[in-house]
Unconditional design. Structure first.
Length: 553
């Protein structure tokens, strides 16, 4: 799902890391010497921001080799821990910005040079993500630096403060950080500790990658059918993508702390299914974080409108299975099946006491040729649902409200269509934004067709171009767009008649000293044909104007 410098992994979550999936290393120039000038603010330039949450930034993986700790920071206005980062000014480079931020984080006293010594930052990874609607890219640069243990400050190493929290490498390896905002600290930390890190790697996530699955009229995949069954539109998908990107940034993915925070923002309550189980069900790639695709497909499967039959039902069975698989071992044991059976009986308004649940479990297990204590794998569970053995499973893994409607209603983040590219002014120098048409942000859409321009000025050879993934037009609109350049389109035929007459009349002078012996005029047949076409064109225009509410009648 990401673009890489050499090889591309299969779709879905990367098997190794989210940010190191670009496996090819690139040659990186030697790091310059850390100088005092790197900490000086350069005024007159601002941070290029796309709304309140998106901007180019440099993130830093900080490591203490003496105590085997990693330094993390709390994301501003949020609860989660992530790597320290700094927003990039338009007038500053990646390296000096990173060095300046390190000096701020590792300060141990007053004075320009009172900070813990550290190695020159090394470029680890460049990540770019394309924003919806704007189609602009936001870039996140990740550097690595480790403490060099200056003897001047032997006792101040790895002391947590308001800006930096030190986490042991063991907790990083064991993924023992409850409020982690995104998986990158774990990913980069584990890769560094195992000496398996690719310095200078590059990853891109484009709109084409994001819109891999869409609620198409003719679904191409099971995932397309699931989105269509949930009654999602392409506009809904763009909105959710914009919300996802803004919520998780500067991370690329959604860890549980981030997931829980977002679901509560849109109105999730204790009466809804358990969030930890929902998160596990969403993560169909088995990781401890969600990609955008996992998130959007998960809320589609959870939606109360999604049908439980056909291909959508098959996918929903996988979500139900993971939801009840509490220990995530790809098997539903006795306790898992007991919880599942209890919920099915409850939703059918049947007795759900222990005796009734045991009786139902024994009946279902016997029908599958198993004992009541035997675990059930996903294939058996799918077979049971398909043969109507697990009656009531259609009510499992459901939200009482439409999540997509709640996202549109709550508007937790900026609408990407309303975002204007702005500079956050920094320092005394202020740079005014352009107001003339040429300076404003342009909005472009991709055409549905390509044409060739004839040397006589005519458009010829119209060909349809497949741009279904970038426009949400109805079939009549698409037909109209394509017909505009068809030679049989009435306005085009009228222009051809006029051009032919002009070419035939080329060189004829009706006034002047010399008059040609034979002047060219329209024949009766041509005049009648042209007048009929003009009347038809006027009738079509009248029909359009009558339907337009903006016209004063």
């Amino acid at each position: 799902m990401s673009r890489k410098s050499k090889t591309t992994k299969p779709a879905g979550m990367p098997s190794r890391t989210p940010s190191l999936e670009s496996a090819a290393s690139q040659t990186v120039a030697a790091s310059p010497r850390i100088g005092r000038q790197a900490t000086e603010d350069i005024y007159g330039g601002g941070v290029i921001a796309y709304g309140s949450h998106l901007f180019d930034c440099c993130s830093i993986l900080i490591y203490c080799p003496k105590h085997s700790n990693f330094g993390l920071s709390r994301i501003s206005s949020r609860k989660g821990l992530w790597m320290p980062f700094v927003a990039l000014k338009s007038t500053e480079g990646w390296y000096p910005s990173t060095v300046a931020r390190l000096k701020q984080l590792l300060v141990v006293g007053s004075g320009a040079k009172n900070f813990l010594s550290f190695s020159p930052p090394e470029l680890l990874h460049v990540y770019r993500i394309q924003l919806p609607t704007l189609a602009r890219f936001v870039t996140r640069i990740t550097y690595f630096s480790q403490l060099t243990h200056d003897p001047k400050h032997p006792t101040n190493c790895c002391q947590s403060n308001k800006s930096l929290t030190w986490i042991s490498a063991e907790d990083i390896t064991n993924q023992n950080i409850a409020d982690l905002w995104g998986p990158e600290p774990l990913v980069f930390g584990n890769a560094f500790l195992s000496n398996n890190i690719d310095r200078g790697a590059y990853t891109e996530f484009t709109l084409r990658d994001a819109m891999k699955y869409l609620p198409r009229d003719a679904p191409k995949t099971f995932q397309d059918e699931l989105l269509k069954s949930a009654q999602f539109t392409e506009k809904d998908m763009t909105k959710v993508y914009g919300e996802f990107v803004q919520h998780v940034y500067p991370s690329q993915y959604m860890a549980f702390a981030s997931f829980s925070d977002y679901m509560k923002r849109i109105g999730w309550t204790n009466n809804e299914p358990d969030l930890q189980s929902v998160f596990r069900a969403f993560a169909f790639n088995g990781q401890n974080y969600l990609s955008y695709h996992e998130f959007i497909l998960g809320i589609a499967a959870l939606d109360k409108n999604t049908t439980h039959g056909g291909r959508s039902g098959e996918l929903r069975c996988g979500y139900i299975f993971r939801f009840y698989d509490a220990n995530n071992d790809n098997l539903l044991d006795y306790n898992d099946m007991k919880a599942l059976t209890y919920d099915m009986l409850k939703f059918k308004n049947k007795p759900c006491d222990d005796e009734s649940v045991e009786k139902e479990m024994a009946r279902n297990s016997s029908a599958l040729g198993l004992a009541i204590n035997d675990p059930i794998n996903s294939e058996m569970f799918m077979k049971g649902v398909g043969t109507m053995l697990f009656r009531g499973s259609s009510a499992l893994f459901r939200c009482s409200f439409s999540i997509i409607q709640q996202i549109l209603l709550k508007r937790s983040y900026d609408s990407m269509s309303s975002i204007q590219v702005a500079e956050i002014e920094v320092g005394p120098g202020k740079k005014p934004r352009g107001t003339c048409p040429r300076c404003r942000t342009k909005k472009y859409i991709l055409a549905l067709h390509s044409v060739k321009l004839h040397f006589e000025g005519m458009c010829i050879d119209p060909q349809e171009v497949n741009q279904d993934d970038s426009q949400n037009l109805s079939k009549p609109q698409k037909t109209h767009e394509i017909n505009q350049f068809s030679p049989d389109f009435l306005p085009n035929r009228m222009m051809d008649w006029i051009r032919d007459f002009a070419v035939a009349a080329c060189g004829v002078r009706l006034k002047g000293k010399r008059t040609l012996p034979k002047e060219l005029t329209w024949t009766k047949t041509d005049r009648e044909k042209l007048s009929t076409a003009i009347i038809k064109l006027c009738q079509d225009a009248q029909h359009l104007l009558q339907k337009d509410g903006r016209v004063i009648k």
